[in-house]
Design a protein around this ligand. Sequence first.
Ligand code: NAD
Ligand code: UD1
Length: 337
Amino acid sequence: MAILVTGGAGYIGSHTVVALLERGHDVVVVDDLSNSSEASLERVEQLTGKGVAFIKADLTDKPALDAVFEEHTIESVIHFAGLKAVGESVEQPLRYYQNNLISSMNLLESMSSHDCWDLVFSSSATVYGDPEILPIPETASTGATNPYGRTKLMIEEICRDVAESDPRWRISLLRYFNPVGAHPSGMLGEDPNGPPNNLVPYVMQVAVGRRDQVSVFGDDYDTPDGTGVRDYIHVIDLALGHLAALDHLPKGCDSYNLGTGNGASVLEIIQTAASVSGADVPYEITDRRPGDIATSLADPTKANTELEWRADRGLEVMLRDAWNWQSKNPHGFNPPE
Ligand code: NAD
Ligand code: UD1
């Protein structure tokens, strides 16, 4: 019996595969490598001394997905595969709806036709839009502000409907806050294609000298220092959250916030990154980024109690591990020749 990890060659997926292998699970990864490379899985194997069955396939290809379930006995699925760039989703909405929705519907169909009913899905705090309550509980109202976020909301709804239709389903919707950091070995980490959209990878590329300075998107928010506040969570804590979710799958379908409950501002991230790396991190204040909110902060109480899970790695550890990865792999998994 194996756990199928879709998108397992990606950032969060590869860290979760390590945690699963270390826990003694057999793992099958399906990934089309559209935003990753097989090098991450080679590192996973080096780190753990264990093998991963890898199938390069696109989840929108239903026959290819069915073949995976026919060749392997899958007990449960962690579904990371998807496109995730907010700006790109505004420019190419149909590509996002096609990829994220069709993949997820194919997966649910293949699972049920192969008698597999246990699913953990990568949702996002983006489903809360501009939150009315802070910290945000799972019961807060939802409403996405871009096509990427809408795919997450739609997939959540599809999962709820599917779970309603057959009592055998057990589906956990994990709403991640802001995943950052890397494996403490420095062998695995985030390796974005092109200029990073997210703050921490950008800051790390400035610290390592690949980029000149960080643009701080606005210092006039209603926050203690005027810059945006987010609930950053170490990718290792997030990976462990998936193991906890598998151990405590709900009957039917339920959602859980995976965050720390602590906030950090853009300037705090820049200062902490400079201090743990010993590098200069120059920055300039620029205009706000359209669509950004002032503060996003999880209420993780439900995951703490029902999943018996807690994110306990602090900001310094997150940024130290991110720096360790970036400084050992300044060009990511595939350095230029
Ligand atoms: P990632 O891009 O590193 O990993 C996603 C993986 O899915 C990639 O390896 C990509 O090649 C693969 N993939 C995409 N479409 C596919 C398809 N049709 N068939 C097969 N493989 C496909 O991203 P990540 O940061 O590891 O995120 C994993 C999941 O978590 C995504 O669903 C993302 O939306 C969600 N999420 C991420 C964040 C974040 O900040 N990283 C926050 C909230 C939610
Ligand atoms: C973004 C996405 C969100 C997604 C999340 C994780 C947007 C609007 N939101 O969230 O949907 O789930 O990534 O992938 O894109 N910042 C800077 N300079 C930078 C980059 C960011 O000042 O170069 C600031 C932002 O304004 C924000 C904070 O840093 O206040 C964090 O930004 P980012 O890492 O992009 O995450 P989110 O905006 O929270």
